[in-house]
Design a protein around this ligand. Structure first.
Ligand code: SF4
Length: 439
């Protein structure tokens, strides 16, 4: 198939923020006269939008670029770019590691991608990797492929400097979108038929309107007023910014989903201090108690790191104890590996053996699987409200959707369509999914 130089294909790696950013990049390219390709085989421009948080991120992009290298051999005019956190983090060294790349763009440089494509078409290898503390992409509406659910970034960057994390080095300092522009976007999505909006930020609950100083609970309440009947989610929240007024806002607004992702990283206050997290376990547990008291039935998920620098067996056991106590619905679980430039990589020996890291991680995963399975079994026999999102992968006679608590439910569709809110009696569970019938 002939490749069209004006058509682009974006391959997104990583988090929801990156998915939202890919929508922003697509809009910016379309504003310059480029069009989305129907497949990567047709595209004259292939862009990888990357995330540096996960350990194997560079390996994963390496595998994908290997596949792109085959395209470029047949079509030398193909332009290949890499955007996002890995571009910012690894910088021009990437040109040496991956000769197939023509250009790099950091997270604050997406407005330059069209000119980078033009320069690369002239045969140059080019990069724009400047931080811009004012860039929020305000007013750039994402090009969206999914009409029923949408991500709306409300802030970018992070000021927290957790010892293990590269985000402050790839995405820069925190900056919030103006209140009015978030509300405009949310209103348009609601009027356009969107049924669920997820407000995004690296540290979403430290949102602060640059003009009025309005905080995240005020934003949440205003968003609910602006798009009545649309489910609202938000991620990622930092425990230290989980204020009583945010819990009040969640408890008082029925459109806010009963799910909170609240990363704890470790069950040991000693480790949290080493990680520079800004909170201890007692204050985390107090917040969990308040949240559960005010919002009964809420599902709480988390992030956990096994084997951070200096972690002892006792610290690890405290993580397992915390998991038993809180009974997280789900968790993103990793073993620690140092990221160059971070506080931990610069100042702390990576002194837990690979063997211990892997064993501890496996113990964490096994325990979480047990807890998640128990919680799903406990849901059997209850009636839940499900937002139908799509046909189930297995059968067109079934729909797949999610509860307000973010659990996936598959059910016989009857006359229901994606976008409908459906009451479902839960009749069965697997390790990750609920099944049921409409009532
Ligand atoms: S809060 Fe910590 S872990 Fe989260 S993005 Fe900021 S520095 Fe990284």
């Amino acid at each position: 198939m002939k490749r069209d130089r004006r058509k682009f294909h974006i391959h997104t790696f990583g988090c929801q923020m990156n998915q939202a950013d890919s929508g922003i990049i697509a809009t910016l390219l379309q504003n310059e006269g480029y069009e989305p390709a129907t497949s990567e085989d047709e595209a004259g421009i292939i862009l990888l939008n990357t995330c540096a948080v996960r350990e194997n991120a560079v390996e994963r992009i390496g595998h994908y670029l290997q596949h792109v290298k085959g395209f470029k051999r047949k079509h030398p005019e193909l332009i290949v770019g890499l955007a996002g956190c890995i571009a910012q983090y690894r910088r021009e060294a990437l040109f040496g590691d991956f000769p197939v790349l023509d250009f790099l763009a950091g997270p604050d440089n997406y407005r330059d991608i069209a000119s980078l494509v033009a320069e690369a078409s002239g045969g140059c290898r080019v990069s724009r990797l400047d931080f811009d503390a004012t860039e929020t992409y305000e007013g750039i509406l994402q090009s969206r492929v999914e009409p029923l659910t949408s991500f709306v970034p409300v802030m970018r960057g992070c000021n927290n400097m957790c010892a293990f994390c590269v985000v402050p080095f790839t995405r820069g300092r925190e900056r919030s979108h103006p209140f009015g522009s978030v509300l405009r976007e949310v209103r348009e999505l609601g009027l356009g038929g969107c049924r669920e909006i997820t407000l995004l930020g690296q540290n979403v609950n430290s949102y602060c309107d640059p003009q009025s100083g309005a905080d995240f609970p005020q934003l949440l309440e205003a968003v609910c007023r602006e798009a009545p009947g649309v489910r609202i989610r938000f991620t990622t929240s930092h425990p230290k910014d989980m204020s009583p007024s945010l819990v009040d806002a969640m408890a008082s607004q029925p459109d806010i989903c009963q799910h909170l992702h609240l990363p704890v990283q470790s069950g040991s206050s000693r480790m949290l201090e080493r990680m520079n997290r800004g909170h201890g376990i007692l204050s985390y547990l107090e917040k969990i108690r308040l949240i559960r008291q005010r919002i009964p039935g809420i599902a709480i998920s988390t992030d956990l790191i096994a084997g951070f620098c200096g972690e002892s067996e006792s610290d690890h056991r405290q993580t397992l104890e915390l998991m038993r106590e809180v009974r997280f619905d789900s968790a993103f679980m990793f073993h620690y590996s140092p990221r160059p430039g971070t506080l931990a990589a610069r100042t702390m020996p990576d002194d837990v053996s690979e063997e211990d890291k892997k064993r501890r991680l496996q113990e964490i995963i096994d325990l979480q699987n047990t807890i998640s399975g128990e919680l799903l079994r406990e849901a059997v026999g209850t009636v839940v409200e499900v937002l139908a999102e799509s046909e189930s992968r297995r059968s067109a006679a079934q729909l797949m959707g999610r509860t307000s608590t973010n659990r996936v439910v598959v059910f016989d569709r009857g006359s229901f369509q994606p976008g409908d809110l459906v009451r479902v009696l839960i009749t069965g569970s697997t390790s990750a999914t609920l099944s049921g019938k409409t009532v």
